[in-house]
Design a protein. Structure first.
Length: 118
């Protein structure tokens, strides 16, 4: 499985970015997808995840109401729309694919840097 995240960049506080993660290697539409982030000096943390069908989503409290996760199974891509960005959203953002048999987020992309200036 290969996951390639893109769309990061530098944005001012209050701005928006949309991250994309293109997947290949196995049937994308069968698996839960998620976004995580890691800020400098901090552990990686959960941001959002979406079910295989897109019918169920969940978010970290810190991003609820500002971020939206979605997916396009025809394009093997998951998105993270980030609005009302804050400096504390600055981090490297990673997409991940859940492995049901392992019971973990098993496959990870390389990450894309998001920097929010105040």
């Amino acid at each position: 499985v290969q996951l390639q995240a893109s769309g990061g960049g530098l944005v001012q506080a209050g701005g928006s970015l949309r991250l994309s993660c293109a997947a290949s290697g196995r049937t994308f539409s069968r698996y839960r997808m998620g976004w995580f982030r890691q800020a400098p000096g901090k552990e990686r943390e959960f941001v959002a995840h979406i079910s295989w069908s897109g019918g169920s989503t969940d978010y970290a409290d810190s991003v609820k109401g500002r971020f939206t996760i979605s997916r396009d199974n025809a394009k093997n891509t998951v998105y993270l729309q980030m609005n009302s960005l804050k400096p504390e959203d600055t981090a490297v953002y990673y997409c991940a694919q859940y492995a049901d048999l392992a019971g973990t987020w098993h496959y990870w992309g390389r990450g894309t840097q998001v920097t929010v200036s105040s």
